[in-house]
Design a protein around this ligand. Structure first.
Ligand SMILES: NC(=O)C1=CN([C@@H]2O[C@H](COP(=O)(O)OP(=O)(O)OC[C@H]3O[C@@H](n4cnc5c(N)ncnc54)[C@H](O)[C@@H]3O)[C@@H](O)[C@H]2O)[C@@H](O)CC1
Ligand SMILES: [K+]
Length: 464
């Protein structure tokens, strides 16, 4: 798990290091890491460093000096001024200097561009000449390594702004919001977090990693039986949306439910013909899955209220989200996408997309449930206000039916005893990891069938 910290929190953490150890060379450490990552991520060949006027530019200039030991390095001071000591070091190491036109010309030979224009001090957007250069890098498909963050983004948000599009980003101590929240995160490429000796503060925003998913996965042991592994009672689908029932049952079974009971309105023959292990009708269960594919049918409120009487936690998806009973839903997991969350809050989808953290926290606080906001970035909020971002995956899962499968996966994890927030994080992450490991346009039921292989690989990676 990584803490996601703001620019102000990072600056405060750096100040604490300077206070404890006056004269410490944090920039030297940062630049050495930038040069190291440049060497491992790019082919040999000339490097073009675009440096801004502040400390981000300083990182880039000291990295330029380091790289000049084994390859040609050219520097463009994109805003005329440059970090004084960094510039002196780059000059002493033999780096050549170019102007804006020279930088554009240099793209033809460059094996790598290092974007060190702005970092934590970045105001959104780029000056015209730099924007032209950033667009030329994209057009020429030259690899870009961003120092701290792609210049032009706002460190503290996921919003898109005119910026560099990096293949790799080197950031210090831990990630910032722009590295984990789409669409900004899409511009960061692979994010390398490097240690420069700055302690990371605890925060209420975190990002889950594959190792967390592996550590939290509820693997069975020799004494496990179907009840201890967890029974999921699934009430999903309708005459209109029969497939939703199959998809959520598939999600639950492929995530390892001890048993799935189906209590929805889709004919039992259809469910059993696809999944013969499913038991039809109510009975003992440790968790429920409600709402996927119900449609706008009558009686949703009654069905959710009746589910509550079972006294076990539920995953509430799709149409059931608009039929929540009054009172707190402690231990439950709500799984809205942005449109559904907007309807729950009585605001617009655009507002949810602009302020996802505010919105997801609000519904968690209000209902007492954990809330998984689905989308390009998947956020799980707890009533306390803590938010965990799930492992990110490719856009292939943005298709009808993915949410139904995910509800089933989360139901299985809830039944296995995971707290609701963790079931949401692990469920969303395992689906994303599966999609990343099986690139291409797979239908959601096909991806569900590939979840077991992902789980096996993740568990094999856990040290014994
Ligand atoms: N504080 C420290 O000790 C460390 C800082 N480090 C580096 O320092 C960076 C932060 O440095 P700074 O605080 O100097 O800030 P930046 O270097 O990110 O940017 C500040 C400068 O850029 C200009 N600027 C910002 N946005 C602009 C825009 N859109 N158009 C035109 N000009 C713009 C500002 O006017 C200012 O002159 C970090 O991102 C990191 O790369 C690292 O060296 C690690 C240690
Ligand atoms: K940068």
């Amino acid at each position: 798990m990584r803490a996601v910290i703001s620019a102000a929190e990072m600056r405060a953490a750096e100040e604490a290091v300077f206070a404890a150890e006056p004269g410490v060379d944090l920039m030297g450490r940062a630049a050495a890491e930038v040069a190291r990552i440049a060497r491992v991520t790019s082919p040999p060949g000339p490097v073009l460093v675009v440096a801004g006027p502040g400390n981000n530019g300083g990182d880039g200039l000291f990295a330029a000096a380091d790289l000049a030991a084994d390859r040609p390095v050219v520097v463009w001071l994109a805003m005329e001024r440059g970090h004084e000591d960094g510039l002196a070091a780059a000059r002493a190491a033999g780096c050549a200097e170019v102007d804006a036109l020279g930088a554009l010309d240099g793209l033809a030979d460059a094996a790598l561009v290092i974007d060190a224009v702005t970092g934590l001090g970045s105001r959104p957007g780029l000056p015209d000449e730099v924007a032209t250069f950033a667009a030329a890098c994209e057009a020429a498909a030259v690899p870009v390594l961003a120092v701290d963050l792609p210049s032009g983004l706002d460190a503290d948000s996921g919003r898109a702004h005119p910026s560099f599009r990096a293949h790799d980003t080197v950031t210090f101590a831990t990630v910032k919001p722009c590295h984990v929240q789409a669409p900004a995160a899409d511009r960061c490429g692979r994010v390398h977090v490097v240690d420069i000796g700055v302690d990371v503060p605890a925060t209420s925003l975190r990002q889950a990693e594959e190792s967390d998913v592996a550590a939290w996965w509820p693997a069975p042991h020799s004494a496990s039986d179907k009840y201890s592994r967890g029974v999921v009672m699934v009430d999903t689908g309708s005459a209109q949306y029969q497939g939703a029932a199959l998809l959520s049952v598939s999600g639950a079974l492929h995530a390892g439910a001890g048993m799935v009971r189906y209590t929805g309105r889709v004919p039992s023959g259809l469910v059993l013909s696809r999944f013969p292990s499913v038991v039809m009708g109510e009975g003992r269960a440790q968790a429920m899955v409600l709402g996927s594919g119900w449609g706008d049918g009558e009686g949703s409120e009654g069905r959710v209220s009746a589910a509550r009487l079972h006294g076990v936690p539920a995953v509430v998806d799709a149409d059931a989200l608009h039929a929540l009973p009054a009172g707190r839903l402690d231990g439950w997991l709500l799984t809205p996408h942005a449109g559904e969350l907007a309807r729950m809050l009585g605001c617009t989808r655009a507002h949810v997309e602009a302020e996802p953290l505010v919105c997801v926290r609000e519904v968690a606080r209000h209902t007492g449930a954990a809330v998984l906001l689905k989308g390009a970035t998947q956020y799980v909020a707890e009533p306390s206000g803590r938010v965990t971002v799930a492992v990110a995956g490719p856009g292939w899962t943005a298709q009808a039916g993915s949410g139904d499968v995910l509800a089933g996966i989360c139901g299985s994890l809830l039944a296995a005893g995971l707290p609701a927030w963790r079931a949401g994080v692990v469920g969303a992450s395992v689906q994303a990891i599966t999609a990343a490991r099986n690139p291409g346009p797979h239908p959601p039921d096909e991806l569900a069938r590939r979840v077991p292989a992902t789980v096996a690989e993740l568990l094999a990676s856990v040290p014994q």
